[in-house]
Design a protein around this ligand. Sequence first.
Ligand SMILES: O=C(O)CCC(=O)C(=O)O
Ligand SMILES: [Fe+2]
Length: 355
Amino acid sequence: ALCCQPRPSVPLVDLRAPASVQREAWAAGAALGAVRLVGHDLDIAAALNASRSLFALPEPTKLAAGSLDGRPGFQRGYLAIGGESGLAANLELKEGFCYGYEWPANAPVENGLCGPNLWPEGSEGAPWRAELTHYFHAAAGAMQRATAHMAEALLLPVDAASLLRGGERISIMRLFHYFSAAEHAHIAPGKPRTGSSAHTDWHVATLIAQDGTGGLQLLGADGAWVGVPPLAGEVVVLLGDYLHLLSRGATHSPIHRVLLPPERRHRYSLTLFGYPSFDATLPAEAAAAAELPPSHTRAQLAAAGAFNTLVNGSDPQARLRLAEEAFGDLVLDKWRGVAANRVGSRSDRAGSDAV
Ligand SMILES: O=C(O)CCC(=O)C(=O)O
Ligand SMILES: [Fe+2]
């Protein structure tokens, strides 16, 4: 009977249905900060397979495509295990690869988030690379449609079309490959291991495709971690800090984390970070009304402990920066911070955890 079916904890939105029909699902999703999405036309299995091919490349080939040393804050290229961490206390046991818009060779670098993709040497013409490039554009389109759908359904006090406008060339795809806890025991022995430390996403929205392993969790209002089910054919849309601010709190930016896969399992995910334009600034009233950190209950804050978020609420300069600084400058600062938490770095040894 209908009465006895468990209510799915992350609401499901079908992009093929009119936004007005999906109002209830988006309202529940805005309160939680996440929806499951179908009707997106993405070939998730093909993209996951392509990312497996990339991570199966020889270690030296991957390391040679590493990005972090040259340009602090610039996020393209290969991320080795321990190469970044949301919280300095943790070793995040995953490797990653970040890429996005394909800048023409010799295009001028307009800002710190622009620049060439750092594909592994010898990958020109590889089918997996073509698939990943295709997936970036398809996923960005699906996210654009989803945010417009959401804004329409929720009657958000922002121009729906403008949420991600101008961010197409700086939005970033992050491929992850998570290991089980006992692997790579020689790296930072004794350090607590996790997949992704508790955090909020700093931008507009995140579109996540995951394999069947599971491990992504977000905090519900009561402070209980809610598993985001890895269901075939679905992607997950998480709503971020910048959307929370822009919408004057109409959407929640959930604290979430990724647990490591069980023994002998690996987890793959494709995570697209949807940015507004580099120069986007918050209207002064929105910045003044901002809750920092965004709209979390006491139960959520207690359950999360330390977590990484766009602006540090206990820093008196933070509110000022929100009103005055472009999104791109704020987020570049954040990227420098997580890179500074890499294994063996100075802030790693000092154990500092920015919240
Ligand atoms: O791998 C995932 O499922 C999500 C990772 C995540 O939350 C992030 O990179 O911001
Ligand atoms: Fe995230």
